[in-house]
Ligand binder design. Structure first.
Ligand SMILES: Cc1ncc(COP(=O)(O)O)c(C=O)c1O
Ligand SMILES: N[C@@H](CCCC[NH3+])C(=O)O
Length: 421
C-alpha cells in the first residue's frame, strides 16, 4: 500500500515551502501570526462529496457533527452544500443558525440536554431530538406540551458492540454513559409514542469515533433494524434511521476505509428499506482539512532530549495530551540536518506536548505544520495559562479568509471583575 505524502492532497510542497491549496503557509503566518488553524475549503468539499456520492440516489441526510469544528466559516460551507447538522448544545444550534444552517435539518444529541436548551431548540424547530434516557423523554414531553407543540424524537440506542477504538472515544458499550440500553428501548418507545408532546420519528445509534473497521457499525445496524421491525409490528413506524458518525481518518499510517467502503456493508443491510437515512460524521469531514501552524520559539538541547518549544500548546490542540494522539509534524521549509525533538508548548505541564521524538530539520523562528488538526482541534481548545485562542483561516484556491481573529488578552478576562473594595 503506498501512501500519498500527506494525509490530504490539499497540502503540497511548493517553491515557498508548504502550501495549503494555493496559499503558502509562510504567507499565512506572516499575515496572521501563529498559532493559527488553517483549513482547506477544497478538502472539506471533497470530504462532503465523498459522503454524498456514496449515498447518491438514497433519501439520506448528512448531518455534520458540529463538535468537530464549529467555526462559522466552516459551518457556512456545510450549510451551502445542503448539509444537516448534529448538535450537542444550544450554543451549537446558535452557531448553526448564525452560519445559515436550516433548523429543520438539525439533530440534537447528548445525554444532558437542559430545559433551557430544549425550549430553545424546540422553538427553533429542529428536525429531531436524539433522546438518551427515560428522564429525558419525560422532560421533553412536558416542555413540548407547555409550548403547545410536539417534539420530533428518535431514541439513541446503545447496541453494546465494541467499536474497537480508543476507550475514551468509544460510546456504544454497556458501560458507556451514552444511549438507551438496547433491551430497554422497546418499552421506552411505547412510552414515548403514547405521549402527546412527542412525535416518534426515528432511531439513532453512534458507537464511537475514529473507527477504522466498518464491521462493528454494520453489526450495530443489524441490531437496530431488528428493533425497527419489532416496533413497526407494534404499530410504531419510524421515518428515519440515524447511524451516527465515527469514520476514522489517517493521522499516521492508519488505512481507514473510504466513505464508500465504510458504508458498503451498512448499506447492504439496509437494502430494500423504506426509512430515510441520517449520518452524523464529524472527523471524516474536517479532520484532514486542517493544519495547526506554529512557530518554533526555542530549540533546547537537554541531556537526554532535544526540545522544540513552539508557540502552540495543549490548550490549542489537546488531543496529544488527552489521548496520546499522534499528529504528523512537518517543517514548512526544512532547515539544515534533522535532529530528534520533543515538540512541546509553553504551558506549565509536562503533559504539554504535541509530538514525541520527531526528526525535524528546524531552526529557531521556523514554522511547523501540525497535520490532521481540522477536527477536535479548535473546538477542544481552552484559555489555560491565560493564552488567547488561535486564529482560524480558510483557504479557497489562492484566496485566504480569516474566519476567526486571534483572541486578545483583554477579551480573556472581560467577563471578570475585581472584588469590591
Ligand atoms: C452522537 C455523536 N454523533 C456524531 C459524532 C461525530 O463523530 P466523528 O467525529 O467520529 O464522526 C459523535 C462523536 O463521536 C457523537 O458522539
Ligand atoms: N474529541 C475526540 C473525539 C470525541 C468524539 C465526540 N463524541 C477526539 O479528538 O478524537
Amino acid at each position: 500500500m503506498t501512501h500519498q505524502l500527506f494525509p490530504t492532497a490539499a497540502l503540497v510542497r511548493g517553491p515557498h515551502g508548504l502550501a495549503l491549496e494555493g496559499v503558502a503557509l509562510a504567507d499565512i503566518a506572516a499575515h496572521q501570526g501563529t498559532p493559527t488553524f488553517v483549513y482547506s475549503l477544497a478538502e472539506i468539499r471533497r470530504a462532503y462529496g465523498a459522503w454524498r456520492d456514496a449515498l447518491a440516489g438514497r433519501d439520506a441526510l448528512v448531518c455534520y457533527a458540529v463538535k468537530a469544528n464549529s467555526n462559522l466559516g466552516v459551518l457556512s460551507a456545510f450549510a451551502r452544500m445542503g448539509a444537516g447538522f448534529d448538535i450537542v448544545s444550544g450554543g451549537e444550534l446558535a452557531r448553526v443558525l448564525a452560519a445559515g444552517g436550516e433548523a429543520g435539518k438539525v439533530v440534537f444529541s447528548g445525554v444532558g440536554k437542559s430545559e433551557v436548551e430544549m425550549r430553545q431548540t424546540l422553538s427553533a424547530g429542529i428536525g429531531c431530538f436524539n433522546i438518551e434516557s427515560p428522564s429525558e423523554v419525560a422532560r421533553l414531553d412536558a416542555i413540548a406540551r407547555e409550548l403547545g407543540t410536539r417534539a420530533p424524537v428518535a431514541l439513541r440506542v446503545n447496541p453494546d458492540v465494541d467499536a474497537r477504538t480508543h476507550p475514551y472515544i468509544s460510546t456504544g458499550l454497556k458501560n458507556n454513559k451514552f444511549g438507551i440500553a438496547f433491551d430497554d428501548a422497546f418499552d421506552l418507545y411505547r412510552d414515548a409514542a403514547a405521549r402527546p408532546g412527542l412525535r416518534v420519528v426515528g432511531i439513532a445509534c453512534h458507537i464511537g469515533s475514529q473507527l477504522l473497521d466498518p464491521t462493528p457499525m454494520a453489526d450495530a445496524t443489524t441490531k437496530v433494524l431488528e428493533l425497527v421491525d419489532r416496533l413497526a409490528a407494534a404499530g410504531i413506524a419510524l421515518e428515519h434511521i440515524d447511524l451516527g458518525g465515527g469514520v476514522g481518518i489517517r493521522y499516521r499510517d492508519e488505512t481507514p476505509p473510504t466513505i464508500a467502503e465504510y458504508l458498503a456493508p451498512i448499506l447492504a443491510r439496509l437494502e430494500g428499506r423504506r426509512e430515510a437515512l441520517h449520518f452524523e460524521p464529524g472527523r471524516s469531514l474536517v479532520g484532514n482539512a486542517g493544519v495547526l501552524l506554529t512557530r518554533v520559539e526555542y530549540l533546547k538541547h537537554g541531556e537526554t532530549m532535544n526540545f522544540a518549544v513552539v508557540d502552540a500548546a495543549m490548550n490549542d490542540l489537546a488531543r496529544p495530551a488527552l489521548y496520546d494522539a499522534w499528529h504528523e509534524v512537518v517543517e514548512v521549509a526544512p532547515h539544515g540536518e534533522p535532529q530528534t525533538y520533543e515538540v512541546v508548548g509553553p504551558i506549565c505541564e509536562s503533559g504539554d506536548f504535541l509530538a514525541h521524538e520527531r526528526p525535524l530539520a528546524v531552526a529557531e523562528g521556523d514554522l511547523l505544520a501540525i497535520l490532521s488538526a481540522g477536527a477536535y482541534g479548535m473546538t477542544m481548545s481552552s484559555n489555560y495559562n491565560t493564552r488567547g485562542r488561535a486564529a482560524e483561516v480558510i483557504v479557497d484556491g489562492n484566496a485566504m479568509h480569516v474566519v476567526r481573529e486571534r483572541e486578545s488578552v483583554e477579551s480573556l478576562f472581560a467577563l471578570e471583575s475585581r472584588l469590591p473594595e
